[in-house]
Design a protein around this ligand. Structure first.
Ligand code: ZN
Length: 299
């Protein structure tokens, strides 16, 4: 909510109140989850939009992410809670649990740190490369058609894996791709290495007819509209036609299935799909997609 207000409204008194309650929450109470949806990663995106006005909020959230990180072989990662895993109907086989995805896992945390680094937070910037290194190592462990839609239980090299929603924003390769793209963009202004390979494969496969999102889903979470928007963002940033073709394919399929949507909401319903489909119109406001880590907040 704070990010919506800071993006579209900007009432300083309201925002200062939101800042205060977040800082109070960061200062005490049960530990927050680290992920983007309802956790520190999401707060970091909001804090980036407020960094010029209130650097203390950004400092507090980056400090917590830094303290919660697990450091190993020049990588950083963040275990997710067993409670989250149970909510996803995953049997908790062993802790720690790691998940690369955007909504509740590593990529969403990376999106928060990237937003903070882009806002000028030097320590958040220092955390980007080791955080990207963890995803690079995960990519090497995944299947050819699914690098990231997994939850890992126990030690991630010898532990067990559960398959999540493949080729989605929330848990799959496209979400990890856009988070990693923006992290590289902030660090070195260009896409390279495994991120460029992942981008090429995601777009090429969708262009060749692979379904984006889960079967029967066109929403911004597990559906194809978010994947279309990710491809469109990559096209805008790279001017490579392959991303435009993939985006058009996703949006055409989503348009065709629009009447099947049951919910009206942003993440799962009509409002979100309508915003995504409007993205193709020139001059359409695209600020909404920062709420999903698909673009960077204004700083
Ligand atoms: Zn989802």
């Amino acid at each position: 909510m704070g990010l919506v207000i800071s993006t579209y409204h900007g009432d300083e008194e309201t925002l200062a109140g939101i800042d205060d309650s977040l800082q109070e929450r960061l200062g005490g109470g049960p530990p927050l989850s680290c992920g983007m949806r309802g956790g520190l990663g999401g707060i970091a995106i909001y804090a980036a939009s407020r960094y010029r006005t209130n650097p203390a909020l950004g400092d507090a959230v980056v400090r917590q992410l830094d303290l919660r990180a697990v450091r190993q072989n020049r990588t950083l990662s963040w275990p997710i809670s067993a409670e989250y895993a149970r909510q996803q109907s995953l049997d908790v086989l062993a802790e720690p649990i790691y998940q690369p995805g955007m909504a509740h896992g590593h990529a969403g945390i990376l999106a928060g740190l990237t937003a903070m680094a882009n806002a000028g937070h030097a320590h958040a910037r220092d955390l980007l490369e080791p955080s990207l290194n963890w995803l690079r190592d995960m990519a090497a462990l995944g299947d050819d058609d699914n690098r990231f839609a997994w939850a890992f239980f126990g030690d991630f090299e010898s532990g067990q894996r559960k398959r999540l929603n493949v080729n989605t924003w929330c848990t799959g390769d496209p979400g990890v791709l856009i988070a990693s793209f923006w992290a590289q963009h902030v660090l070195e202004k260009r896409m390279s290495g495994w991120v460029a390979d992942l981008a090429d494969r995601v777009a090429r496969e969708i262009g060749a007819g692979r379904r984006a999102g889960m079967a029967d889903r066109i929403d911004l979470c597990c559906g194809m509209s978010s994947v279309g928007n990710i491809c469109l963002r990559l096209f805008e940033q790279t001017a490579e036609a392959i991303f435009h073709q993939a985006a058009l394919r996703c949006f055409a399929d989503a348009e065709g299935a629009r009447s099947t949507l049951q919910s009206n909401g942003l993440q799962y319903g009509r409002a979100g799909v309508s915003l995504a489909l409007r993205s193709l119109e020139s001059g359409a406001s695209r600020k909404w997609d920062r709420f999903f880590g698909m673009s960077l907040p204004d700083v």
